[in-house]
Design a protein around this ligand. Structure first.
Ligand code: DGL
Length: 273
């Protein structure tokens, strides 16, 4: 690609707010890149939907981002990565990065051999994508997976601590905590916001893996390899980012500020769904 191509933005999407945990890491690791983020708030949650529906939603968002001439696509949603990544890679003429393989790599590197837990949406857990990715890297590893469908609504509502979040976390996680695993993958981009509550149930001996940092790292490596990294010029103004929601932009804006503080000034509407 030409020098102008490296100036193009990176497209990022999720079903709602959760992918902003990946945006936060992209901003930290790639501070001169411009980002366009789509949160599919009209159709969140993706977790309980069928693979066909999630693939269709993901393709529609990817088509929009390609029309905006993104140079790479980051699927900042574990559910969409787990079921739609191969189809997106075939359909998109730009590199497509998911969150599952980077998260699995971090977990395999962190584990001390007593087993890895994976928590995610019903769709992610049913796909078996994390088990496959972890077993490819470390075939003898014990992997225990658990769907936690109420975590996404808790995060979208901003109920990040308090009695309800604690009760729900205990309900899903106590069997995992009792299983003796040493590492737990937060296999949904919404879950890092619940990390304090999750960590309390799991205890100090369990390392929590957030795939956002690993996905941002994979994006940086890929851009460098493909010669697509945007140059950072001394004295240049910070890059401008765009945020779009497929419904209720004011609500998205309020939520986005919980994830990214002042970085989100305005939310555009992308009418899909
Ligand atoms: N944040 C998404 C994920 O990583 C999807 C949550 C949902 O919409 O159910 O799986």
């Amino acid at each position: 690609m030409s020098a102008a191509a490296s100036d193009a933005p990176i497209g990022v999407f999720d079903s709602g707010l959760g992918g902003l945990t990946v945006v936060r890491e992209l901003m930290r690791q790639l501070p001169s890149e411009r980002l366009i983020y789509v949160g599919d708030t009209a159709r969140v949650p993706y977790g309980p939907k069928s693979p066909e529906t999630i693939c269709r939603y993901s393709r529609e968002i990817a088509e929009y981002l390609l029309r905006e001439r993104v140079k790479a696509l980051v699927v900042a949603c574990n559910t969409a990565t787990a079921v739609a990544l191969p189809a997106l890679r075939v359909a998109c003429p730009v590199p497509v990065i998911g969150v599952v393989d980077p998260g699995a790599r971090s977990a395999a590197a962190a584990s001390r051999g007593r087993g890895i837990g994976v928590i995610g949406t019903a769709g992610t857990i049913a796909s078996g994508a994390y088990e496959r990715a972890i077993r490819t890297l470390a075939p003898a590893t014990r992997v225990i997976a658990q769907a936690c469908p109420l975590f996404v609504p808790l995060v979208e509502e901003g109920w990040l601590d308090g009695d309800v979040a604690r009760l729900v976390a205990r309900h899903y996680l106590e069997p995992l905590a009792a299983s003796g695993i040493d590492t737990l993958v937060l296999g949904c981009t919404h879950y890092p916001l619940l990390a304090p509550v999750i960590g309390d149930v799991m205890g100090d001996g369990v390392r929590l893996i957030d795939s956002a940092a690993a996905a941002a790292d994979a994006t940086r490596t890929l851009l460098e390899r493909e010669g697509l990294r945007r140059e950072s010029l001394t004295g240049a103004p910070p890059p401008t980012h765009r945020f779009l929601a497929t419904d209720a932009p004011e609500r998205f804006l309020a939520g986005a500020r919980r994830f990214l503080d002042a970085a989100v000034e305005r939310v555009e509407v992308l009418p899909l769904g």
